[in-house]
Ligand binder design. Structure first.
Ligand SMILES: C[S@@+](CC[C@H](N)C(=O)[O-])C[C@H]1O[C@@H](n2cnc3c(N)ncnc32)[C@H](O)[C@@H]1O
Length: 273
């Protein structure tokens, strides 16, 4: 059932090697960068590292916290948390290719001891009950039809009182999403919930919602700036373009229209287990 989702993300394969080649082609070495330099490719969500830092501030973590990153992708969110707070982060992601790239990037930036990544499904995670002190999930639920299973798994593996930060793409009131998007080439693997449906799923799983916020307008302006100006100030010569290939321009156009017309929303929830 999940094969079409991981096939969508893994593209042609050998992602870590492609990133290394892109860096070396520019006369640089992968291990000469800082973790935050990888933002153009590894913070694979609207508003990049800034959005991760906003979420992080609200999670009450300290150096001894064990944190879970559900749908960790290339590991940018995990490394930002590990670097900023000194926590240990475990990332779980459906796409093996992304887990391999996440492990490689962590090794390049010397965060291999504070981050670990493993392949797994958010709806059936390989962790014991009451295990983590905090969790995040960033731009993942839009690929998961069974959100009840996803959030009850998150609740199961979190200790009581732990915080869970959710930052996701939701269905807006402005009409259907336009495809292709970065998370789906067509509607068959896209499963957006409305804000009301999302709140209901989160609460049914046993979480208390402490706050929620709609960042759609900020995401629109962020993407507009990113697509009209140079992509970022990072010295890294590779970007998420490496993942999207020839569809990148079409995806950006669809997302700009989608955010502007509120067909799609970016939304965060801070929850307590
Ligand atoms: C848009 S990327 C976001 C990655 C990362 N959270 C970030 O913000 O940089 C979506 C990720 O969700 C993962 N994913 C989709 N369905 C999943 C599932 N059922 N379980 C775990 N990961 C899943 C994909 O493999 C992909 O890495």
């Amino acid at each position: 059932m999940n094969e079409p989702v991981s096939a969508h993300y893994r593209g042609g394969g050998s992602l870590a090697a492609k990133i290394a080649i892109g860096i070396r082609d520019a006369g640089l070495e992968p291990n000469s960068f800082r973790a935050s330099d990888f933002e153009p490719i590894d913070e694979f969500h609207f508003r990049g590292r800034e959005a991760t830092l906003q979420l992080l501030k609200q999670l009450n973590l300290n150096q001894t916290s064990k944190v879970l990153d559900i749908g960790s992708g290339l590991g940018g969110v995990s490394r930002t948390m590990a670097e900023e707070v000194g926590v240990h982060v475990t990332g779980v992601d459906l796409t093996q290719e992304f887990c391999d790239a996440a492990i490689a990037i962590s090794a390049w930036v010397n965060l291999g001891d504070r981050t670990s990544f493993l392949q797994g499904d958010a709806t059936d995670m390989p962790f014991p009950d009451d295990h983590f002190d905090g969790a995040v999930t960033v731009h993942v639920a839009m690929n998961i039809p069974d959100k009840a299973a996803m959030y009850s798994e998150a609740r199961r593996v979190l200790k009581s009182g732990a915080r869970f930060g959710i930052y996701d793409i939701l269905q807006g009131e402005g009409g259907e999403v336009l495809y292709p998007t970065p998370w789906a080439a067509n509607p068959s693997i896209s499963h957006l919930a409305t804000p009301e449906e999302m709140s209901a799923h989160i609460m049914s799983a046993g979480f208390r919602i402490l706050s929620e916020s709609d960042s759609t307008s900020e995401s629109y302006h962020w993407l507009k700036e990113r697509t009209t100006k140079s992509p970022s100030t990072s010295p890294l010569p590779v970007t998420t373009q490496l993942l999207f290939g020839t569809d990148a321009a079409k995806m950006a156009k669809n997302q700009l229209k989608g955010l502007n017309e509120r067909r799609m929303l970016t939304y965060s929830f801070i929850c307590e287990a």
